[in-house]
Design a protein around this ligand. Structure first.
Ligand code: ARG
Length: 459
């Protein structure tokens, strides 16, 4: 079988070599974008007087029919035609005859594949942003219900200071918001068109790139043909942004896994997102959360593989770049899947308010309150810190908590202490009062929810 580019070849590669070089098994995902790109290119060729009207109409009819068949999953491709671009060109030519061969005028597969890939990444970026918003909404709903639910806040995974559960959830809301902003920003560099760059140097045909740009809905064009065909920054950025999302989801999952353990018991993940054990009947494993945590690895891997792929490539196109697609396809599928699962999991999560409340009453996370209390009575904070440290040690030795020490004992230890100390030491007061901007105080958290909602256009 003669290749579409077979003119200067006297020998055919063997089948297994063809197979090695082919990308059709995965780049068929770009079919709809490729057809869209070809429709725009054909229109431009006609409008610029490069192909005659009859050829354009013929090509258009053929491409629209391919589009229809593609949507219905009726197209079949062959490794013999290497990739999606040559497969579609072959199908078109089989369908409409020699006019099909005019479509590739003033175009190379190099600017063609780059255009397809830009269209794909742009479309998927917007979809990932939608997925993020769904999760943000779910977090906001939950936060709304739990402003006054208190959990221990940790540093070094040691109890530090109690915080509002809503505050904790909102921390993830803002991480996701930055993720969304990064995706939005990356669109500036994704939403630009390489088409018209030819193989690397432009073309002698009198093309008009503004026509294809408008037709394809791009906001701009590459100003340099060499850069246009060899840039994959937008794909790397997509994987980098996805990596950041996965790192955030993975941290959240780690917390869900901890919180759903017997030791914490703060939450229960719905049966729909957990599994049992084949041997231990009592088990309810947080599999989906663990899988999300695990899948962050493959997304980080894709980022590193793309960076490594590109780092040694001279300008312009090199066949190495065919390896750019699978990591991106896999990343997009993974990150969308993880965001959906996460949203489903959050929508059905059960919060064990009692367990959380019990936890904040059985620790020393109110020690800072005691030190602040003494400081407000005029004792220098450093001294107060030292004093409270000794008191905590005393409690540990005695086997009790700060709220269980009698007023007499407190007065002996420091005469400035009055009965109002007990209110200051209650976890609720400790949280409620921290109303500095961005703090965990109930009013501050309510304000935070308001600004989160207004960012999401929710009232
Ligand atoms: N399948 C190729 C890829 O994905 C298309 C571009 C091929 N260009 C070329 N000059 N061999 O990169």
């Amino acid at each position: 079988m003669k290749k579409l580019w077979g003119g200067r070849f006297s020998k055919q590669p063997e089948e297994w070599v063809d197979e090695f070089g082919a990308s059709i098994s995965f780049d068929q995902q770009l079919a709809s974008h490729d057809i869209k790109g070809s429709l725009a290119h054909a229109k431009m060729l006609f409008q610029c007087g490069i192909i005659e009207e009859s050829a354009y109409e013929n090509i258009k009819k053929g491409l629209l029919s391919l589009q229809q068949q593609e949507q219905e999953g009726e197209l079949s491709y062959s490794v013999k035609y290497e990739d999606i671009h040559l497969n579609l060109e072959k199908l078109l030519t089989d369908n409409i005859g020699p006019d099909g061969g005019k479509l590739h005028t003033a175009r190379s597969r190099n600017d063609q594949v780059a255009t397809d890939f830009h269209l794909y990444v742009k479309e998927e970026t917007l979809l990932i942003m939608d997925h993020i918003e769904e999760l943000q909404k779910s977090l906001l709903n939950l936060a709304d219900e739990h402003v006054e639910t208190i959990i221990p806040g940790y540093t070094h995974l040691q109890r530090a200071q109690p915080v509002s559960f809503a505050h904790h959830l909102l921390a993830y809301f803002w991480m996701l918001d930055r993720d969304k902003e990064r995706l939005q920003d990356s669109l500036k560099r994704t939403d630009i068109m390489p088409l018209g760059a030819g193989a690397l140097a432009g073309t002698t045909f009198d093309i008009n790139r503004n026509i294809t740009m408008t037709e394809l809905g791009f906001s701009g064009k590459y100003p340099n043909s060499l850069d246009a065909v060899s840039d994959r920054d937008f794909a790397i950025e997509c994987c980098s942004n996805a990596s950041m999302i996965m790192m955030h989801l993975s941290r959240f999952c780690e917390e869900l896994i901890l919180w759903s353990s017997e030791e914490f018991g703060f939450i229960e993940i719905s049966d729909s997102f957990t599994t049992g054990s084949s041997m231990m009947p009592q088990k309810k494993n947080p599999d989906m959360a663990e899988l999300i945590r695990g899948k962050s690895g493959r997304v980080f891997g894709s980022l590193v593989s793309l960076l490594t792929l590109m780092k040694g490539l001279p300008l312009a196109y090199n066949k190495d770049m065919q390896e750019d697609k699978e990591p991106v396809f896999d990343t997009v599928k993974t990150v969308k899947g993880c965001l959906s699962i996460m949203t489903g999991m959050m929508n059905e999560i059960k919060i064990n308010v009692e367990k959380m409340n019990k936890a904040v009453h059985q620790d020393f996370s109110n020690a800072t309150e005691l030190a602040d209390y003494l400081a407000k009575k005029g004792i220098p904070f450093r001294e107060a810190h030292e004093l409270v440290g000794q008191m905590v040690l005393h409690c540990i030795q005695k086997g009790c908590y700060l709220l269980e020490i009698s007023i007499e004992e407190y007065k002996e230890w420091c005469p400035l202490v009055e009965k109002d100390l007990y209110d200051a030491l209650s976890p609720k007061t400790a949280v409620e009062r921290r109303n500095s901007e961005g703090g965990t105080g109930f009013d501050a958290v309510r304000q935070q929810i308001d600004s989160a909602k207004s960012k999401m256009y929710i009232s």
